[in-house]
Unconditional design. Structure first.
Length: 426
């Protein structure tokens, strides 16, 4: 069969549908990965309190959390297996992250055996679970960093930052519970709480910017709930106490309750956001399939009923008044119709590119900031939180955007950060 423009146009639309179906599969992968993160967050909290109590409390909650996480792990492994097929379009980075996640899940099984007889510490439990969760979040980032369609890409960006904010909330729950349970305020713990609160706010601001209106409204309604005020009071208790001051250890239960309520609210948002993603994928696939049927009919009609005069490029884009004989009796002129269709496609693609660029910019800025943090951690021996605070301070001192400071840090670090900070900054 001789190649024609119509064949290429139709094939382009077929490829668009195939890509949308791949994207729908990635939404499912992001969903189950988010489910596993949620289950591991629950298990992390129960495990840290189980260890902090010497195995006297939260044993049943821990076992229940382990069972939930185990069931989701099996679902995730099945999706990983599907992604390795050549026609799924998984990138090398995605497959590498999946392999790392499987290795860390295997290691977690051995670590769980140490928790049962309390052969590890609450801090080590929190760190172990947090490393695994960080790897799973990086996988979600990669899934969100492959924009193909603006509506879905925006929701994926919102999804990643919602999960990121929820993880900061989960770590805040664990750190605050340990502080209250210890009965003594520590400067390190206080700063960690402050950093986690700041991280939640940054992530959830991006979520609000990219989520649909209904989800934004739900989130804003949640901020008016009574437990939010309770959480703020408990946060002030932790953050305003002097280092070494006595804390009421009995408040640890209240802290765990109110922070768990916040995580549950974020989880509800996550579930609804996944539903929005699924609906968006289904709608886009149906729309593309309908466009394919319409374009097939249009092109076939054009091929079956060519205009009486030889084709010319300029006629393709002329109006009816300049091409009165372009159609047949009782029908719409064909070449102008095709021109309108092609013009509409061109405008749609241009609009998509603008939307996609906004999603790309957010994800690219996150990459640059993460690299800048890593550079400071390596060069100045800072912790991750201290590195981010250093970038924020430089941003305020120089009156520049955080992304501009991060880029300058990577290219000319000595102009932004001169001397190595003292021990109190690390």
């Amino acid at each position: 069969m001789q190649l024609s423009a119509s064949h290429l146009v139709l094939r382009a639309k077929q490829l668009e549908i195939e890509l949308m179906r791949h994207l729908a599969g990635r939404v499912e992968l992001a969903d189950v990965t988010g489910q596993l993160i949620h289950a591991l967050q629950h298990e992390r909290g129960a495990s840290s309190l189980y260890l902090a109590s010497g195995g006297q409390r939260f044993a049943a909650e821990r076992r229940s959390a382990m069972e939930q996480a185990g069931a989701v792990e099996l679902s995730l492994q099945a999706l990983f297996s599907e992604q390795q097929a050549p026609d799924r379009g998984a990138s090398t980075r995605m497959l590498s992250l999946m392999a790392t996640a499987l290795l860390e899940l295997d290691a977690l099984a051995a670590f769980r055996a140490r928790i049962e007889p309390a052969q590890t510490s609450p801090d080590e439990a929190v760190a172990t679970f947090s490393r695994l969760i960080a790897g799973l979040m990086e996988l979600i980032f990669q899934l969100a960093d492959t924009p193909l369609q603006p509506d879905i890409s925006r929701l994926l960006v919102a999804f990643f930052h919602l999960v990121q904010g929820k993880e900061a909330a989960g770590q805040e729950r664990a750190v605050g519970a340990q502080l209250f349970a210890s009965g003594v305020c520590s400067e390190v713990g206080q700063q960690r709480i402050i950093d986690l609160i700041d991280g939640q706010e940054r992530s959830l601001q991006v979520f609000e910017a990219f989520a649909e209106l209904a989800l934004r409204q739900l989130w804003q309604q949640q901020q008016l709930a009574p437990q939010v005020a309770r959480l703020e009071r408990l946060r002030r208790t932790l953050c305003s106490a002097k280092p070494g001051a006595t804390l009421d250890s009995l408040v640890s239960d209240s802290w765990f309750e109110v922070t768990s309520a916040r995580i549950s609210e974020l989880w509800q948002l996550q579930v609804q956001l996944v539903q929005c993603l699924r609906q968006a994928c289904e709608q886009q696939i149906r729309s593309a399939e309908q466009e394919l049927l319409d374009s097939e009919g249009l092109l076939q009609h054009w091929l079956d009923n060519p205009p009486p005069q030889p084709p010319a490029v300029e006629r393709l884009f002329q109006g009816d008044e300049l091409n009165p004989a372009a159609g047949i009796a009782g029908t719409t002129p064909l070449r102008p119709a095709l021109a309108d269709w092609l013009q509409a496609q061109s405008e749609r693609l241009a609009s998509m590119e603008v939307e996609l660029e906004a999603a790309r910019r957010v994800m690219q800025e996150r990459k640059v900031i993460e690299r800048a943090k890593g550079a400071l951690m390596s060069r100045l021996g800072l912790s991750e939180e201290a590195a981010y605070r250093a970038l924020q301070k430089a941003s305020m001192d120089h009156n520049r955007r955080l992304i501009d400071v991060a880029q300058a840090t990577l290219s000319l670090p000595e102009l932004v950060f001169g001397a190595k900070p003292g021990p109190h900054q690390n």
